[in-house]
Design a binder for this molecule. Structure first.
Ligand code: NAP
Length: 313
């Protein structure tokens, strides 16, 4: 009987997908081992194990030491957990799971835009507490006719646009390259912020985007401005965001991602003008299953020497 190919499972990124991989391949769960045992496993797998699976937001230094590694099939679209320069040097191909999550992540962007502009979470607290019988709540801000500035208008950004236009939002954006799109393009992030009522960040993580949303950008958004982040927490100067929210130099923020998640700074958690979500953009049963399907399809293509389904170029 033909033996099953070896697959290194670097972390427990999505237990149902890991279980599916366990059933098809001869898996080795790196994340279950102590550092010493991890090195021993890598030595033992040298030459025979060519593929690894991982969450795209995390990897393990030990796995790079596996010289026979030729594929990393990552679960997730933002591959900032993987050192792409290193994988290139080591001739390791990398796949991720784009597109299948666009709709769900865009829904969460819209949920945060509505929750912050209309003060939905505080309104729910107010209704439950019985305060309505004593005083009225202050008004939120309407969306129709306002400008949504998108930083990083790519696959997910486009899915946000499709939802924002029926709400009568105008769209503007900033990318490194102008797109063939009918929306107003800004080469400067600060100019985009000045022009926007709501600034939505969908930037990938990594060094290039680190703290791109800084004090200048947020101040340009202004005291009525709302900041939303569904990209990566590292793209924002979080201390500065907290300071400007506390001093009401920007009106509100809706965040799904944080610089050092899953830890969220206490100062941020204590603010009333923020809506905080625990990175649930793609966290639906359907999308997580679809992301798992792509991880498996890429493994299958690799082992059958077919074209990878979603290779990171
Ligand atoms: P994408 O299609 O590659 O879009 C990213 C856009 O950002 C591109 O249009 C790119 O345009 C722009 N961009 C990249 N680097 C930039 C820079 N330095 N300055 C300005 N613009 C830049 O990616 P996507 O599929 O939409 O995903 C975007 C990110 O969302 C992911 O990387 C991930 O971090 C995050 N995400 C979050 C969740 C969640 O659960 N919250 C889920 C999935 C993904 P140019 O190349 O023209 O600059």
């Amino acid at each position: 009987m033909e033996s099953r190919p070896d697959v290194l499972v670097v972390n427990n990124f999505h237990p149902p997908t890991v279980s599916r991989i366990d059933k098809i391949y001869r898996t080795h769960h790196l994340w279950k081992l102590s550092s010493e045992s991890q090195i021993a496993l890598i030595t033992q797998l040298e030459g025979q194990c060519k593929a690894a699976v991982t969450g795209s937001w995390a990897f393990n230094e030990a796995a790079y030491k596996l010289e026979s590694l030729s594929l990393i099939s990552a679960f997730g679209v933002g591959i900032d957990g993987i050192d792409i320069n290193r994988t290139k040097e080591q001739h390791i191909r990398v796949t991720n799971t784009p597109d299948v999550l666009n709709d769900d992540v865009a829904d969460i962007a819209l949920a945060l835009i509505l929750a912050t502009s209309r003060n939905i979470i505080n309104a729910d607290r107010y209704a439950r507490s019985g305060l309505w019988e004593q005083s009225s709540m202050h008004y939120g801000s309407g969306l129709a006719g306002k400008t949504l500035g998108i930083v990083g208008l790519g696959r997910i950004g486009q899915a946000v646009v499709e939802r924002a236009l029926p709400l009568k939002l105008k769209i503007a954006y900033h990318n490194r390259n102008k797109k063939d799109a009918p929306h107003k393009y800004f080469t400067s992030l600060i100019e985009l912020a000045k022009h926007s009522d709501i600034l939505l960040c969908v930037l990938p993580g990594g060094h290039e985007t680190e703290k791109s949303i800084n004090s200048e950008v947020l101040k340009a958004l202004g005291p009525k401005g709302i900041f939303i982040n569904i990209g990566r927490g590292t793209s924002v100067d979080e201390d500065c965001l907290i300071e400007l929210l506390s001093s009401k130099q920007i009106a509100a923020a809706g965040l799904d991602v944080y610089a050092t998640e899953p830890s969220i700074p206490r100062a941020l958690r204590e603010l009333e003008n923020v809506v905080l979500l625990p990175h649930i953009g793609s966290a639906t049963v359907e999308t997580r299953k679809a992301m798992g399907d792509l991880v498996l399809k890429n493994l299958e293509a690799f082992f059958s020497k077919k074209r990878l389904v979603s290779e990171v170029k």
